[in-house]
Design a protein around this ligand. Sequence first.
Ligand code: SF4
Length: 291
Amino acid sequence: MRWSERQQAMLRQMGLRVWPAALPGAAVAPERTAARAPRPQAGVSANPAPATGTPRAVPPAGMPRLAPTAGTVGTVGTAGEVPTPGARADLAGLDWDALRQAVANCRACGLCASRTQTVFGAGHPQARWMVVGEAPGEAEDRQGEPFVGPAGQLLDRMLAALALTRSSDGAAAPAQRVYIANTLKCRPPRNRNPSAEEMALCEPFLVRQIELLQPRLILAMGRFAVQALLRSDEPVGRLRGRVHRYQGVPLVVTYHPAYLLRNPADKARAWDDLCLAAQVAEDAAVASGPA
Ligand code: SF4
């Protein structure tokens, strides 16, 4: 497969170089192919036809690459040690529409007073990937959709580089679909950090979203997503680069796009995280068989 000019441009924008020998029309040295083979795209065979034009995304010079593999899977505790997430009995039977309505009507915490509207989530309800962010910002509060504005545009470009999309129109193959949700459904005033109480009160909605979606892979973006899903106060930088579990679902930690906009040097690490997630998603697809 060849990456499009748009994908190559996106990688350059993220601060990543595309391996020159892999550009269309260039020969690929065999030893480079073996040593630097990229993570396959989700839903794409792990043994694609070799070749010419296979992309090579590598970090900038001097940037260490973790190169995690399926053999370096780590966990935060075992399945039995991970605390049971904060489910709410009255949400257990709700379908997507009813859950969305429950969120829209929620006044459980003080954030309801300052919100313009709730931000439920976006994407295909049968997506295999789930992206979990933090709390809505100003643009999300205004539009009612997670990850809009510059950070959302960066996320969309990152996903597009792996042929993934948040579109819910059904045109994308199941393996390419992404559902995006935030840990909190209402914007904290002036984008302050959410309190532990606010996160706890809002958590049941995210729990039910995960139950309904049954993703094959969760990508947790940012500190508060990690706190909600892994019950960990460890910094993102210490949790990324390996595979965790949320109620048995593989979970990969990475930086929030808003952070990446402020710290572009970490875009290479975020790209490695996405490649790890793509590998995990493909492994899960192989293990599960055709949908
Ligand atoms: S942040 Fe969550 S718990 Fe608080 S009012 Fe909004 S939907 Fe309800």
